[in-house]
Write a protein that binds this ligand. Structure first.
Ligand SMILES: Cc1cc2nc3c(=O)[nH]c(=O)nc-3n(C[C@H](O)[C@H](O)[C@H](O)COP(=O)(O)O)c2cc1C
Length: 168
């Protein structure tokens, strides 16, 4: 089954449900070498006049090396039946194992990046900005204490959505 490019206005995209509850895979790299990880933090909106997403990636993620090395990455979304695969991809590192194969997903090129055949929605995203989130910038210090005992502060990426692909 292939994917069809559609106008962004045509999709239903409630970020609280899609990102927060359904989760997503953040994937970067090319057909030769890529990596993916599960994410449930992020946003969708408008920045610098562009339709944009934000994602938040901790420094130790192997996927971060691929995001940093490339201009684009994808966010991909899956039906409930893939929940177990997403849990798995969010609990082991591609540094240690061929986790995509183990999860049973099929890599496909998407824009200049990669995603998976099993997705029902893929957003191809072009990086516009990234920024670390240093502890001194926490207005609510309780989030620093709660989420960063290891001081592994997320890096925020803001990226333009350049393509919306839906399963045909
Ligand atoms: C539901 C869920 C949501 C997650 N959300 C994020 C996130 O938003 N940012 C992040 O850095 N890690 C997040 N993780 C953790 C990574 O997916 C996990 O550490 C993964 O194994 C990293 O894989 P990698 O080293 O192959 O990149 C999440 C994990 C799960 C299970």
């Amino acid at each position: 089954m292939g994917f069809r490019e559609v106008p962004i206005e045509s999709i239903e995209f409630n970020p609280f449900a899609k990102i927060g509850k359904q989760w997503m895979l953040v994937t970067a790299g090319d057909q030769e070498k890529f990596n993916t990880m599960t994410a449930s933090w992020g946003g969708a909106g408008v920045m610098w006049g562009k339709n944009a997403v934000t994602v938040y990636i901790r420094p130790q993620r192997y996927t971060k090396e691929f995001i940093d090395a490339k201009d684009t990455f994808t966010l991909s979304f899956y039906k409930e039946e893939y929940r177990k695969a997403l849990s798995f991809l969010g609990s082991v590192s591609g540094r240690d194992r061929d986790k995509v194969k183990e999860a049973g997903l099929t890599p496909v090129p998407a824009g200049d990046s990669m995603a998976f055949e099993e997705a029902d929605l893929i957003l191809v995203c072009r990086k516009m900005y990234h920024a670390p989130m240093p502890p001194e910038n926490f207005d609510d210090k309780s989030n620093d204490e709660k989420w960063y005992p290891q001081k592994d502060y997320h890096v925020m990426y803001i990226a333009e959505i350049t393509k919306v692909l839906v399963k045909e």
